[in-house]
Design a protein around this ligand. Structure first.
Ligand code: PEP
Ligand code: MN
Length: 362
């Protein structure tokens, strides 16, 4: 993959004083008061440079709150005038682009649901032709680096060179503590493919809750992401969208104060490699657990069969055969025989316990 991107360094168009860029503001604009009250608190935090708010909200079901529409842009203009913060809004079609520009929004962003669709991205890119405005491109909902990069290329090809990629996590079909799995290897790969492209992590949409925000923010900084986008609201519990993950500006200040900025430029390659290896381990552990669980399901099935046919649980000959066979395979694969014996015995013990439970029920 070798994209020919022409991207300006972040420091050419936004002054972050060498620190990570912090973008914050509500998930959705709800009222003028909510916007102004939130922004007045945010502007007191030095690192916050951009105020974000969704005006048109992509919702899963049609009757959910779909955003306040154009009047939210007037509130956004008031925020900009009063606080001096740059403003950012999500656009999903050419009409949104036109309205946002009419209302002097400073930065536009493409949401995760828009980026999955190259037709939509292309239409937005064309609407932006000849306009000098920064654009943030969120990763698509699904873990597809090419789709993300493709959207960035489409925007860039229209002459937009102030671009930030936003890493907001990916849909993941297995159980995960996150709303959207971070899959750090994808933004890391993006950094490798496009070293000049700034990447800002969005811990709010990765976590989906408040508790994990700080650790994900720290991790993003450790991996040398260029900033954070964190949703904030003056009354998060009563927010109309993404209430569980929004935080007060005070809570944001607390997170930012706790973050450690490591000056370890030299070992970033090492950090990236480590992250890739850890991702591999996470995947393998997941597979290992699934296999174990499948094995136990079959053990249960055998238990039921034995119970129905009045056969004893423990069959020493079979077990001795298993040990011999598995030890041979395992040691051949380079595993230590003492470790293997312990592991096999542990699995055996658990299998017997499960079958005893089944016999007990009969
Ligand atoms: C948002 O930023 O509020 C939003 C809708 O995000 P995403 O597109 O990442 O889901
Ligand atoms: Mn949101």
């Amino acid at each position: 993959m070798s994209p020919k991107l022409k991207i300006l360094p972040l420091s050419d168009w936004i002054d972050t004083d060498g620190k990570p860029l912090i973008i914050s503001g509500p998930c959705s604009a709800e009222s003028e008061n909510q916007m102004l009250e939130t922004a007045r608190e945010l502007v007191k935090i030095d690192q916050v440079k951009v105020f974000r708010a969704g005006i048109w909200k992509p919702r899963t079901r049609p009757n959910d709150f779909e955003g306040v529409g154009e009047k939210g842009l007037i509130w956004l203009e008031k925020v900009k005038k009063e606080t001096g913060l740059m403003t950012a809004v999500e656009v999903a079609d050419s009409k949104h682009v036109e309205l946002a520009i009419k209302h002097n929004v400073d930065i536009l962003w493409l949401g995760a649901r828009t980026v999955v669709n190259p037709f939509s991205v292309q239409a937005i890119a064309e609407a932006l032709e000849g306009i000098d405005i920064p654009v943030m491109v969120k990763n698509p909902v699904n873990p597809d680096l090419k789709l993300w990069l493709g959207a960035i290329e489409r925007i860039n090809s229209m002459g937009i060179n102030k671009i930030i990629a936003i890493h907001r996590g990916f849909h993941y079909f297995e159980k995960s503590p996150f709303r959207n799995a971070p899959m750090w290897e994808i933004p890391i790969e993006l950094k490798r493919a496009a070293p000049s492209l700034p990447i800002v992590t969005d811990p709010s949409h990765i976590c989906g809750n408040r508790e994990l925000l700080e650790s994900i923010s720290q991790k993003a900084l450790d991996l040398e992401m260029d900033g954070l986008m964190i949703e904030s609201h003056f009354d998060p519990d009563n927010a109309l969208t993404d209430s569980a993950q929004q935080i007060t500006p005070k809570y944001l200040r607390n997170i930012l104060d706790n973050l450690v900025l490591r000056q370890s430029k030299g070992d970033i390659e090492f950090q990236h490699k480590l992250e890739e290896l850890r991702t591999e381990i996470d995947k393998l552990d997941g597979e290992l657990l699934q296999i174990l669980s499948k094995r136990m399901e079959i053990i249960d099935e055998i238990g039921e069969y034995k119970s129905e046919n009045d056969i004893t649980i423990l069959q020493m000959k079979r077990w001795a055969g298993i040990i011999k066979d598995r030890l041979a395979i395992g040691t051949h694969l380079g595993l230590d025989s003492v470790f293997l014996k312990k592991l096999l015995n542990l699995i055996h013990k658990e299998s017997i316990n499960r079958q005893e439970d089944i016999f007990g029920k009969e």
